[in-house]
Ligand binder design. Structure first.
Ligand code: ADP
Ligand code: ADP
Length: 231
């Protein structure tokens, strides 16, 4: 089952840079997929297409086999289904306390107060930060902020979680903890996960399937066994 597909995608920045060149990607439901590639390969540009921040110059993005609808309502739905966790949590955290930050997205969905509370509690426990709920976010460590950012996306109950460099800036213990919590969450919430990463070491441990990008193109894809055997 494919949950997200990019078909024949091209993207040109306003200055003419051809950042995505005929990209074809299918993300399978319930799997953990990795997007690998050096600086400038096109990973961020690709991610910006997944929740409609950017519209393709040509080609189509499908979510659940439906072409993305770029109307206001269509984008609201898409952004609820495709949760994005950015590399730098400081770009994602705005509120005074951890609890407020995590509840922000759920409050925006106009959910009943009781449902917001329930989701925030679950997200706090899932990400292992229940004891930090009343802390101001600026007083947290980088790894703790990363967890708050993840929790703030999980309260929206997305179908896909997209993470840009989830392990960057963490020490080995932090890395293994974050991967463990993501794996557990994936199973419990029946999530599909897509990560962009430079950290090749984590890919065979954490991911089922890999796309490798270079100069705006997908140059290689396969299971970890297939992709790493060819290196
Ligand atoms: P399932 O049996 O639920 O489809 P598997 O983990 O057995 O799940 O995957 C079956 C095959 O699908 C894998 O061997 C892999 O080649 C392929 N696959 C997994 N993820 C993707 C993906 N994101 N895009 C394309 N093919 C994939
Ligand atoms: P990655 O995330 O893999 O490092 P990017 O998607 O950021 O790659 O970049 C892909 C290409 O698009 C690069 O050549 C980069 O210089 C270019 N690019 C990125 N952002 C812009 C922009 N705002 N304007 C013009 N070119 C850009």
């Amino acid at each position: 089952d494919t949950i997200l597909e990019l078909r024949d995608l091209h993207y040109y920045y306003p200055d003419g840079t051809h950042a995505l060149k005929d990209v074809n990607i299918k993300i399978k439901k319930g799997h953990v997929t990795a997007l690998l590639g050096g600086n400038g390969a096109g990973k961020s540009t690709l991610f910006h297409h997944l929740n409609g921040i950017v519209k393709p110059s040509s080609g189509i993005v499908f979510f659940n086999n439906q072409p993305v609808n770029y109307s206001r309502k269509g984008l609201v739905d898409l952004r609820q289904s495709v949760g994005m966790v950015f590399q730098d949590p400081d770009n994602q955290l705005f509120s005074a306390s951890v609890y407020q930050d995590i509840s922000y997205g759920a409050l925006n969905l106009q959910l009943p107060e009781e449902e917001v509370r329930r989701r925030v509690e679950r997200a706090l426990v899932r990400t292992g930060i229940a004891h930090l709920r009343n802390k101001p976010t600026h007083a947290l460590s980088f790894g703790q902020k990363k967890r708050v950012a993840i929790a703030g996306v999980l309260v929206m109950e997305p179908r896909i979680l997209v993470l840009d460099e989830p392990t960057a800036g963490l020490d080995p213990k932090g890395i293994s903890e974050i991967l463990k919590l993501l794996k557990q969450t994936q199973q419990e919430m029946d999530l599909t996960i897509l990560i962009a990463t430079h950290d090749i070491d984590i890919v065979p441990l954490f991911c089922d399937y890999v796309f490798v990008m270079d100069e705006g193109k997908v140059c290689l894809e396969g299971t970890c066994g297939e992709v790493f055997a060819r290196k």
